[in-house]
Ligand binder design. Structure first.
Ligand code: HEC
Length: 167
């Protein structure tokens, strides 16, 4: 993996990486942690709120898809790629979608790009869990193609359907 792209700017301040808004909520320019693409590590990451410094939608809203009420966060590589209008996002791109019932957080849906090529969904890891305390039984935790990727491959930008710029 490497993740070198995320390492810049710890104290630079004036770096020109351009993804400036991605750092918005995060304090002090600490590099973002990579998003795990394995079940137990990912659940721990989600439960700890480790994505909360990522660029995120401003508020919870109704999904335009099947995802109930949601608030989506995108990591810096994905934000940069969407900003550049790329038709293929880099390996390590990830999105975390908080799932809500009313105002209550009830779980997460996640996609992480695990290969340079999306390969009809096989280049992405797909994950969804409906618990905030018990990660033992996600409803899905695997590479595509699967029912997630089969919808996500339609439209959007390289399997990413969230409207961008984030709202
Ligand atoms: C019927 C179509 C459909 C299916 C099936 C579906 N999604 Fe989505 N998904 C969407 C749409 C539409 C969005 C755009 C944002 C929104 O309104 O929720 C989205 C957004 C997301 C996002 C935010 C980042 C992005 O890619 O846009 C994640 C993460 C996500 N879905 C994960 C999943 C996972 C995991 C599954 C399988 C358990 C899944 N989705 C199944 C339609 C679908």
């Amino acid at each position: 993996m490497g993740g070198a792209a995320g390492q810049a700017g710890a104290s630079g301040g004036a770096d020109q990486a351009g993804a400036g808004q991605g750092g918005g909520a995060g304090a002090g320019g600490a590099p973002e942690p990579p998003v795990p693409a394995t079940k137990d590590e990912l659940f721990a990451f989600l439960k700890a709120g480790s994505y909360k410094g990522f660029a995120g939608e401003s508020k919870v809203h109704a999904s335009t898809g099947p995802h109930s009420n949601v608030r989506t966060y995108l990591n810096a590589p994905l934000v940069a790629s969407l900003q550049a209008g790329s038709s293929s996002h880099p390996q390590g791109s990830a999105a975390i979608k908080e799932l809500y019932s009313g105002n209550q957080l009830i779980g997460w849906a996640v996609d992480v790009k695990t290969a340079a090529d999306s390969q009809n969904g096989a280049g992405w890891y797909w994950y969804e869990v409906f618990s905030t305390t018990d990660g033992s039984s996600p409803i899905i935790s695997n590479a595509g193609p699967n029912f997630c990727s089969n919808c996500h491959k339609n439209g959007g930008s390289d399997f990413v359907l969230t409207p961008f710029p984030l709202q």
